[in-house]
Every structure is written in structure tokens, then in C-alpha cells.
Design a protein around this ligand. Structure first.
Ligand code: ADP
Length: 619
């Protein structure tokens, strides 16, 4: 007896023992595996001359035996060798197990099951014993995998006179709480197949029995067994939108394991023209746990005339829409095209371009018609759109600039750039933004005060990428973006005069802070704070922080300007010290400069010296 890997064992336990309301999904999972197995053989036959694909063999058979309590799902697909059984049926799919570990502590049993693509293991939702008899394509012997659940499994040689797999489930006995007998009922199984697997391309066949009057008799009946195809076999993406309900799209999303959530929106496309294709695309409701990691793989399932040729075709999606899931089917693509050639395929490029536009339009529609939904979407994937603005030297800015949102001082809501511009005051030339760890921090920023007081709106940039993305955008509807801590916000006449009259003091401060700031200047835009840092040039203080946090940082520095509030009582103290005690003046200057750094969220260059200086002042 071989043991399951630890996590798999835990899942099997759940599968067997928990009360779960969606047990019927076992059939969807097993039929989907059978269909994939036939696809694999079909695809292989297309590219391998020695293989023939016998059309009649390609169906999935579901049979029931009430007496032995067995359901069998058979296919003549690619099959599995003993090693493949070991690999595929001994562990839960990798991606699932990661998610599992993370969620295990916080979730109820049934939530966990619902969360993953449980796949093959879902057999244990209704069976207490599972047998897989399989013969791999190209192999002359078959093997039997057998398991009674969490204890482990056995693999031994077995007989099967053709390539393919039989999955045999021994259905659990009904209990007081749960009715398992229903799964032995042909009609129940038929309706489950209709509900979840109707679009499967291969026929799903079941035997149905009906009674018929025996010929030549008047009251004797005989059972006639007939093989019947249950599914309509039309792929959902080829169906008419009007015939489909939300539920159908949701079922398809689940059946494809696009996510463990529900789709937030779907896009069903039937395009004819330069290039023809059908597609169903989804925007997930929640963010995959690995979305912002290297592991996440974007891509759409690609079909050519109904046959899957690639599970994750990355070329169909730009990176900034990498969250989109779905299938694309086109008859314009050659079936046995190799994956390398596919990358350069003209048709594929056309489809990708078309899909990009459709996704953009759908998102714009969502933003316009269902703001709440869009904001849910944006919370999950907005960062990806902003990366998109920044990436590729900003080539995609026209696609994306109207889809990005920022927190703003206007009612503390998320706003679009268009909304900001529509509210701009007559004398306002720039779009103001502030950067910081949170909206709250930015709001309290010394330099925000004056701008807010004048009734200007400020966009709050709270993510690392924000300012970089905006720099790439450069302008919006002819309006430039201006950081509230930028030193080139124009000084007014009054400020100029104040700078003149205090030039001596300001120069002394600049000298005391040589190498740390470029200059010190007086400004009236500070209200209740004595000092703040501003920056000159392209690199803002926030960008300095982000760039220096990167692994290959090379000590980029923003050109800093220390701004001093001449109306603050502290300024008087400074003036006095300048006249009386140069040591004290330098000490004050240093402490004020470091305060300004702290307010900016910058580290102190020498925390110990700062602490000592504060103590010296208190003594
Ligand atoms: P998934 O289908 O998501 O990969 P499953 O747990 O359902 O996960 O199946 C694991 C693997 O077992 C499949 O990827 C496939 O390689 C193999 N498998 C399952 N059922 C069959 C089958 N009927 N024929 C051939 N291979 C199968």
C-alpha cells in the first residue's frame, strides 16, 4: 500500500467525511478528465503519422450498476502508465495544494472543497472506493489503481484490451443525513450531465432502459436497452448568447477551473471578419492568490475548430489584462500548427488585437454602468493596469488611461482622471497629486494643506507604481500632473519678497545642510507645520524611496529643497539663534531637517545623532 502525500491525504479526508452540498460535481470533474484524455490522443494523432484516430471510439460512457453500487466512467483517450497513475493520482495538483495550505486554518470544510479544482479526488465525494483501470497509448499492458480513501492506494497490472481508462466508483451507502442512492439513478446522472457537461465535444453516452410491449403479446413487456447521447455537444462558446443564462457561464467557469470564485463579468464574442473566432472571456471576481507573483501564468485556452491546441496561450493576452481567463476557438488557425510557429501566426495576432479591444470596451462599459463592480475589479487588478501604463515605454497609455482610478480628496472616493479634470477650477492648470503610504498620511502632509485650502482636489498616490505610471502618462487632456511636494509649484510675489528679506538666514541654513539639500527656501504654502521637504527635477522623494528599495538600487537621490514656514513661531526662534549662537542655529537647522525627513517617511541618516540633538535641546 502506498501513501498519499500529506496534503492529499488531508483533502481526501475532507472529501470523504465532510457534509458537502455540491457532491454532484464529481461527474463534471471525471467527464472533463475523460474529455481531456481524448483531446490529448486526438492531438497526438494529428501530429503522429503512425496513429490513427478512430472517430467512433471517441465518446465517454457512463454506466451504472445498482446492484454492485458502481458507476463507471470510460474513455478511450490517451490513458495512463503506472508511473503516470502514481504522479497524477497520488497528489493533488500543485497549484491547488498551495492555496489549500494558506486557507486551511481559516475556512470551513465545505469552503475548502469549493475552493479548489478538486479534480479526480472529487470521486471520493460520493464513493468510498475508487478504481482506475487504464492503458496508456503505445503501451501493451494496463494497470489498476485502487484506493479506499485516505489510507493509501495500490497499483497493479490489470487487463484492458484497448487504450483508455475506466474510472469505477463504489457509491457510498446512504445515511440518515445524506442520500447517496440518488447517484445510482440514471435520471439523476443524466440531469447532472446535462447541467454541467452539456457542451463537452465528445458524446457522453448512457444506457437507458425502457419497457416495450413484447411483439405478439398483449400484456407482456420487455426491457429494451438503448445507448443514448446525453449532451448536446455544442461548445458553450458556439451557442447563442440569448440562450445562455448567467448560471451557464458560471458553470463553465467552474468546470474549466478558471478560478475558485465566481466570474465578475463575462464577455461572449462571435467575431466574423478579417479573422473569425468565438470566445468566452471572464474577469474573475477575486484575485488569484499568486496573481502578483512570478508563478502566475497568463493565457487563454486556444481551440482550433473545436479541438484544444493549447491550454494557456499567453500571446492572446497583453500583460496588463493578464487576469482575464477564458477560451478562444477559431477555424482560421491550422490544427497541427506547432507552438513556436503559432507565436508568429498572423491570424493569432489579429485575434489577440481584437480581444484586447473587446476587453477594454467591456471594462469601460463596466466602469460606466456598474461602478461598484468596477471598483471591486479595480481593487483586485488595478495595479496591473497601472503597470501596463508604465510598461513598454507607455505605448499602451491610450488603452489604459481611462480605466485607472485613484483615491482623491474629493469625497474620499476613487476617481477617474476624466472626473478630476471635469472638476478642475478655472484658474487651475495642473492635476495635483500627493504620494505617501496612505490617503490619510498624504492628507496630513504639510504641503497638502494649502492646496486643499484653496479648494483644489488632490489625487492620493498610495502605491509604488502610481507616480511612475503617471510620469509615463505625462499629461491627461492637456493637463500636466504636479506633485504637491514639487518645488516648482510657483512661488507667489509675497513668497519672493520673504525669501529676499531672509536670504541671509536661508543661505546659512543651506550651508549647514550642505550635501543634504540643494537649497532652503521660505514659502507661504505651509500652514501649521514649520518645515517640509520638496523636490526639484524628475525624481520625487517617493520615487527615490521606491527605487532604493529595489534589489539593484544604486542610491538614486531626489534633489531636495527644505521649505520653511516663516509664519511659524519656530521661525522666530531660528532668527534669534542666528543672531546669538551659531552652534544653536546649526542644531535647530539639523533637527528641523530631520523632522522634515520623518514627515516624508524617509529614514534618518543618523538616528543616534538626531536623538542626541533633541536631548541637547531639551537640556
Ligand atoms: P487536472 O485534471 O486538473 O489536472 P485531476 O486531479 O482531475 O487534475 O487529474 C490529474 C491528472 O490525471 C490529469 O491531469 C491527467 O493527466 C490524469 N488523468 C485523470 N483522468 C484521466 C483519464 N481519464 N485519462 C487519462 N489521464 C487522466
Amino acid at each position: 500500500m502506498k501513501q498519499f502525500k500529506a496534503e492529499s491525504k488531508r483533502i481526501l479526508d475532507l472529501m470523504i467525511n465532510s457534509i458537502y452540498t455540491h457532491r454532484e460535481i464529481f461527474l463534471r470533474e471525471l467527464i472533463s478528465n475523460a474529455s481531456d484524455a481524448i483531446d490529448k490522443l486526438y492531438y497526438k494523432a494529428l501530429t503522429d503519422e503512425n496513429l490513427t484516430f478512430n472517430q467512433e471510439d471517441y465518446y465517454i460512457k457512463v454506466s451504472v450498476n445498482e446492484e454492485t453500487r458502481e458507476i463507471t466512467i470510460s474513455d478511450r483517450g490517451i490513458g495512463m502508465t503506472a508511473e503516470e497513475m502514481e504522479q497524477n493520482l497520488g497528489v493533488i495538483a500543485q497549484s491547488g495544494s498551495l492555496q489549500f495550505k494558506k486557507d486551511l486554518e481559516s475556512k470551513e470544510d465545505h469552503e475548502i472543497i469549493g475552493q479548489f479544482g478538486v479534480g479526480f479526488y472529487s470521486a471520493f465525494l460520493i464513493a468510498d472506493e475508487v478504481t482506475v483501470i487504464s492503458r496508456a497509448e503505445g503501451s501493451s499492458i494496463a494497470h489498476k489503481w485502487h484506493s479506499k480513501g485516505a489510507d493509501g492506494y495500490t497499483i497493479e497490472e490489470a487487463g484492458l484490451d484497448h487504450t483508455g481508462s475506466d474510472i469505477i466508483l463504489k457509491v457510498k451507502e446512504s445515511t440518515e443525513d445524506e442520500d447517496f442512492d440518488q447517484y445510482l439513478n440514471t435520471w439523476t446522472l443524466r440531469s447532472i450531465i446535462k447541467k454541467y457537461s452539456d457542451f463537452i465535444r465528445y458524446p457522453i453516452k448512457m444506457d437507458t432502459t425502457r419497457s416495450e410491449l413484447k411483439e405478439g403479446t398483449e400484456d407482456e413487456y420487455e426491457d429494451i436497452v438503448e445507448e443514448e447521447t446525453i449532451n448536446s455537444r455544442i461548445p458553450i462558446w458556439k451557442k447563442n448568447k440569448r440562450e445562455l443564462k448567467d448560471e451557464d457561464y458560471e458553470n463553465f467557469y467552474q468546470e474549466k477551473h478558471f478560478g475558485f470564485d465566481k466570474p465578475l463579468a463575462n464577455i461572449h464574442l462571435s467575431v466574423d471578419g478579417n479573422v473569425s473566432y468565438n470566445a468566452i472571456l471572464y474577469i474573475p471576481e477575486s484575485r488569484p492568490y499568486d496573481f502578483y507573483t512570478q508563478e502566475y501564468e497568463k493565457g487563454l485556452e486556444l481551440y482550433s475548430a473545436g479541438v484544444m491546441i493549447m491550454q494557456k496561450c499567453a500571446d492572446l493576452l497583453p500583460d496588463y489584462f493578464s487576469f482575464v481567463k477564458g477560451v478562444v476557438d477559431s477555424e482560421d488557425l491550422s490544427l497541427n500548427i506547432s507552438r513556436e510557429i503559432l507565436q508568429h501566426d498572423r491570424q493569432l495576432k489579429l485575434i489577440a488585437k481584437n480581444i484586447k479591444t473587446k476587453i477594454k470596451n467591456e471594462l469601460e462599459k463596466l466602469l460606466k454602468n456598474d461602478r461598484e463592480k468596477f471598483e471591486t475589479f479595480y481593487e483586485n487588478f488595478g495595479r496591473q493596469l497601472k503597470y501596463g501604463l508604465y510598461a513598454d515605454y507607455g505605448q499602451n497609455k491610450d488603452t489604459l488611461k481611462d480605466l485607472i482610478l485613484f483615491q482623491s480628496s474629493h469625497e474620499d472616493k476613487l476617481v477617474t482622471l476624466a472626473e478630476y479634470v471635469s472638476r478642475m477650477k478655472e484658474d487651475q492648470t495642473d492635476i495635483y497629486y500627493g504620494t505617501g503610504a496612505s490617503a490619510d498620511r498624504i492628507k496630513k502632509h504639510p504641503q497638502a494643506e494649502a492646496i486643499l485650502e484653496q479648494g483644489f482636489e488632490i489625487l492620493y498616490f498610495t502605491e509604488d507604481i502610481d507616480e511612475f505610471a503617471i510620469k509615463m502618462l505625462n499629461e491627461y487632456e492637456g493637463k500636466n500632473f504636479k506633485s504637491i511636494s514639487s518645488a516648482d509649484i510657483k512661488l507667489n510675489e509675497e513668497d519672493k519678497a520673504v525669501n529676499e528679506s531672509n536670504s541671509d538666514l536661508l543661505e546659512k541654513m543651506t550651508a549647514a545642510l550642505a550635501g543634504k539639500v540643494k537649497s532652503v527656501r521660505a514659502t507661504s504654502r505651509l500652514k501649521s507645520h514649520p518645515v517640509a521637504l520638496a523636490n526639484e527635477g524628475d525624481i520625487s522623494i517617493e520615487m527615490e524611496k521606491v527605487l532604493n528599495a529595489m534589489p539593484n538600487a544604486d542610491g538614486v537621490q531626489a534633489e531636495k529643497v527644505l521649505e520653511v514656514n516663516v509664519n511659524h513661531p519656530v521661525f522666530e526662534t531660528l532668527t534669534k539663534a542666528q543672531a546669538e549662537d551659531e552652534g544653536k542655529f546649526n542644531l535647530f537647522t539639523d533637527v528641523l531637517y530631520n523632522q522634515a525627513r520623518l514627515i516624508e517617511g524617509l529614514d534618518l541618516e543618523d538616528p543616534v545623532a538626531f536623538a542626541d540633538n533633541v536631548c541637547r535641546l531639551m537640556k
